[in-house]
Design a protein around this ligand. Structure first.
Ligand code: BGC
Length: 452
């Protein structure tokens, strides 16, 4: 592991972007305010029984009303950029057709709040909150969604494109397709191999369509997308272990990356995905290609793959933790900073991406607010160790141009509710009070913003 003691902002260069990230459903609240339509996460959370503690994102961090003071915090801590996502049903309550002016106005204000404070706005167009109206028409399994998405991206790009340069089309297709459509733990709560395969192909096409709309509408757009990268290791060293690893690597990683790079679907390494052919049409292989300006690498953990299939999960190999060798976060994830280096190296090895940005990295730990302070030393160590790996990657010639912490503040952690806290800023969900944690102050010092 790289040495972490002498980390300096200057090691990363003057052009390096330092940011914080969050997402619409996780922070905004105001779930039905000012004409917003319901999303699949509203429906999933209100459906009951599927989220720890019965939590919902109805109020979350109330970012919808507090975006100005929250953006003050971004500036105060010394960050250059704020990554947020646009809620499709806030902009188009029915998913297509009627635009909700108040919804668009909100994102207009968020962009202006960033710019007024010298913070670059980095929107993501889709961070999992599909309009429920579109789910009712089949959601990502319906090929028409590629056109629906195109319409939505056009509306947003036309409105914000005069001020926003840096765009991400999707957040982690793997997460919502595997967890939401194959395993069913996230919205829309579907467990179906077919839906996962159809949805994956349609998302891959939508990535390309979204990128094309941004390029055509926004002058000098910097267009990327984000992917979770999960490096895989094996529990043993047999041929069967290696096959299991290759297969999980396709299901969770490569199936979402390689078609856009013009490499097709890696069916040979995972026969389980062969059914995707049923959803491919003539011309798709060309249409799906994208020349990304950047790819956002999001890294949290490695997975150690079990070689024996679990029949209930249709033979999909499962990961297993090693609780003895690694520190474990409040999410049950192993802390392995060199996995971030490996993730960056892996994307760089494709030789097709000019710029990589770490668009998410961070950890949940059990935080305690005591007398106005949160002493989250483990989070500080986590960030230092991972940043040291980014610096190592830069030193080895990997073009990493930015790093975004997940997350600015504690927020709604999907099926886990509000318990796992990922923020640099503590949120009291009863009062909405914000308290900067020691990790936030650490960044403030590291970024040289103490004096502000
Ligand atoms: C997602 C975030 C999530 C974070 C921590 C990422 O997969 O993009 O929405 O909160 O991981 O689980």
């Amino acid at each position: 592991m790289a040495a972490m003691t002498d980390l300096q902002r200057g090691d990363f260069g003057d052009e390096f972007t330092w940011g914080v990230a969050h997402a619409s459903y996780q922070v905004e609240g105001a779930w039905d305010a000012d004409g917003k339509g319901p999303s699949i996460w509203d429906a999933f959370a209100h459906g009951g029984g599927r989220i720890r503690g019965g939590a919902t994102g109805d109020v979350a961090c109330d970012f919808y009303h507090r975006y100005e003071t929250d953006t003050d915090l971004v500036r105060e801590l010394g960050f250059d950029a704020q990554r947020f996502s646009i809620s499709w049903p806030r902009v188009l309550p029915d998913g297509v057709g009627r635009v909700n002016p108040a919804g668009l106005d909100f994102y207009d204000r968020v962009v202006d709040a960033c710019l007024e404070r010298g913070v670059q706005p980095w929107p993501t167009l889709y961070h999992w909150d599909l309009p429920q109206a579109l789910q009712d028409r089949g959601g990502w399994a319906n090929r028409s969604i590629v056109g629906w998405f195109e319409e939505y991206v056009q509306v947003v790009a036309e409105r914000l494109g005069d001020r926003v340069r840096d765009w991400m089309v999707f957040n982690e297709p793997c997460s919502f397709l595997v967890v939401g459509h194959l395993l069913g733990y996230h919205a829309p709560g579907v467990r179906s191999l077919r839906t996962y395969l159809a949805g994956t192909h349609h998302v891959n096409l939508a990535q390309a369509v979204g990128a094309r709309v941004l390029r055509a509408t926004v002058a000098d757009a910097n267009v990327g997308t984000t992917h979770i990268v999960t490096p895989m290791t094996t529990a043993g060293d047999t041929e069967r272990d290696r096959r299991a690893r290759a297969s999980l690597d396709v299901i969770a990683n490569r199936i979402f990356w390689e078609p856009n790079l013009g490499l097709g679907y890696p069916v040979d390494d995972a026969p389980l995905i062969a059914g995707i052919d049923r959803y491919r049409k003539a011309g798709d292989d060309e249409d799906v290609r994208v020349d990304w300006d950047f790819v956002g690498v999001q890294y949290y953990q490695r997975q150690r793959v079990l070689s024996w299939p679990v029949p209930k999960l249709r033979g999909i190999p499962l990961p297993r933790k090693d609780f003895r060798r690694y520190e474990i976060t409040a999410m049950g994830w192993e802390v392995q900073p060199d996995g971030l280096y490996e993730s960056l190296e892996r994307w760089h090895a494709y030789g097709r991406i000019p710029t990589l940005i770490v668009t998410e990295n961070g950890a949940a730990f059990p935080d305690h607010l005591v007398e106005g302070r949160v002493h989250d030393d483990r989070r500080i160590a986590f960030y230092r160790d991972h940043l040291a790996e980014v610096r190592r990657a830069l030193g080895d010639g990997i073009p990493v141009h930015g790093y975004f912490c997940w997350s600015l503040m504690d927020n709604f952690e999907w099926a886990e509710g509000y318990d796992p806290r990922f923020g640099l800023v503590h949120v009291d969900f009863d009062t909405q009070a914000r308290t900067v944690k020691d990790s936030g102050r650490w960044f403030q010092g590291f970024l040289g913003a103490d004096a502000t």
